[in-house]
Write a protein that binds this ligand. Structure first.
Ligand code: 0O3
Ligand code: SF4
Length: 344
C-alpha cells in the first residue's frame, strides 16, 4: 500500500463514541458497596452472584478479597454477604437470616421499585405479566415477590403461551434492561390478547437502559461496525449489539476486552461505533479506543443522546457502618474514592 492511500484511509477513518455509555447509577452504587465493605470489614467479603454482570469488575474485586458465591448457603455462618445489583427474592433474605448472616443489599433502587410494583399489584389480586428473560437473576428476584401472581413473558413470541385468570385484571411489568422496542412489541401483542391490559405506573426499563439504546440508535445508521464493550451475561450489553444491528450498523460485536477484537472486523471499515453496557468500567472502553487508534482510527467523535446525573446513596447498612468508623460514604464520582480507581 502506498503512502498516499494510507493517508487517505486515515483521513476517512473515524470512531463514533456513544454517550451515555458504561456505568449507571445502580452499578456504581453496587460496586462501591463491595469496595467499601472490603475497607470496613476486611477480606473476605461474600457476594451472592456477580455483583454486576461484568468479568473485569468481578475479577478485580476477587483480587481485593471478595468471594462470589452462587447461593446463600455457601456463605459461612455469621459472615457478611452482599446481594447483587439485580435484586433477590424475599426467600433469599429469609435464608440469610436463618443462617445468621449479616446482609448488605446492593439491589438497584430502580429494581426495588419494580419489586414494590409487583407486591402492590399482587396484593390487589392482579395477574402480573412480567416481561423478561427466563432465568435472568433480576426476573427470578422480581417473580419471587409474588410467584403465584406472576407469569413470565419472554418476548413477543411467548405471548401465545400466556393465560390469565381474569383478562380484566391484568398488568404488565418488566425487567429493567430490556430492548425498549422489543418490549413495546411484546406489549402490543399482549394487548391484542388482553385489551384491558394495564401499563405499569412508570417505566420499568430504566433511564440508563433507554439512554444507552438511544445513543446507539443515533449512531448505528452511520456505522460499518459497532463494538459494544460488555460481558456475555450482561443483558443490557447484549441488547446494545442487537439495537445496533436493527438500526443499520453493518456489523456488531460484543467484547469484554480490546484483545478480543478480531483484526478482520476492520476490513474495509470506515466508521466504527463504540459503546459499553451499564456494568462496564470506562477503562475497558479506553482499551478499545487505544486499539482502534493504533489501527488508524484516531478521529473520535462523541454522539451524545442524553445527559445523566443520577446518583444513588449507598445502602443504609453500609452507610451506618461507615459513619460509625468515621469513614466517608461518598461515591466515587466526586473523587473521594480515587484510590480504588482501577475499576474506572
Ligand atoms: O441485567 P444485566 O444483565 O444487564 O446486568 P448488568 O450487566 O450487571 O447491568 C446492570 C443492570 C442491573 C444490575 C439490573 O438492572
Ligand atoms: Fe439500576 Fe438501570 Fe443500572 Fe439496572 S441498569 S442497575 S435498573 S440504573
Amino acid at each position: 500500500m502506498g503512502g498516499m492511500t494510507a493517508t487517505t484511509d486515515q483521513a476517512t477513518k473515524r470512531v463514533l463514541l456513544a454517550a451515555p455509555r458504561g456505568y449507571c447509577a445502580g452499578v456504581d452504587r453496587a460496586v462501591v458497596t463491595v469496595e467499601k465493605a472490603l475497607d470496613l470489614y476486611g477480606a473476605p467479603v461474600y457476594v451472592r452472584k456477580e455483583i454486576v454482570h461484568n468479568k473485569h469488575v468481578v475479577t478485580t474485586l476477587e483480587k481485593r478479597g471478595a468471594i462470589f458465591v452462587e447461593e446463600t448457603d455457601e456463605v459461612p455462618e455469621g459472615a457478611t454477604v452482599i446481594f447483587s445489583a439485580h435484586g433477590v427474592a424475599p426467600v433469599v433474605h429469609e435464608e440469610a437470616k436463618a443462617l445468621g448472616l449479616k446482609t448488605i443489599d446492593a439491589t438497584c433502587p430502580l429494581v426495588t421499585k419494580v419489586h414494590r410494583e409487583a407486591v402492590r399489584f399482587a396484593s390487589d389480586d392482579y395477574d402480573i405479566l412480567l416481561i423478561g428473560h427466563e432465568g435472568h437473576e433480576e426476573v427470578v428476584g422480581t417473580a419471587g415477590e409474588a410467584p403465584e401472581h406472576i407469569t413470565l413473558v419472554d418476548g413477543p413470541d411467548d405471548v401465545d403461551n400466556v393465560t390469565v385468570r381474569d383478562p380484566d385484571k391484568v398488568v404488565w411489568l418488566s425487567q429493567t434492561t430490556l430492548s425498549v422496542d422489543e418490549t413495546m412489541e411484546t406489549v402490543r401483542r399482549l394487548r391484542e390478547k388482553f385489551p384491558q391490559l394495564q401499563d405499569p405506573p412508570s417505566d420499568d426499563i430504566c433511564y440508563a437502559t433507554q439512554n444507552r439504546q438511544l445513543a446507539v440508535k443515533h449512531m448505528a445508521p452511520d456505522c460499518d461496525l459497532m463494538i459494544v464493550v460488555g460481558s456475555r451475561n450482561s443483558s443490557n450489553s447484549v441488547r446494545l449489539v442487537e439495537v445496533a444491528l436493527e438500526h443499520g450498523s453493518k456489523a456488531g460485536h460484543l467484547v469484554d476486552y480490546a484483545e478480543e477484537i478480531d483484526e478482520t472486523w476492520l476490513d474495509g471499515v470506515r466508521t466504527v461505533g463504540v459503546t459499553s453496557g451499564a456494568s462496564v468500567p470506562e477503562i475497558l472502553v479506553r482499551g478499545v479506543l487505544d486499539y482502534l487508534s493504533s489501527r488508524g482510527f484516531e478521529d473520535v467523535r462523541p454522539v451524545v443522546a442524553a445527559e445523566e446525573s443520577l446518583m444513588f446513596s449507598l445502602p443504609n447498612e453500609i452507610r451506618r457502618d461507615l459513619k460509625a468508623a468515621g469513614l466517608s460514604d461518598k461515591m466515587r464520582h466526586d473523587g473521594s474514592f480515587a484510590e480504588a480507581g482501577s475499576l474506572h
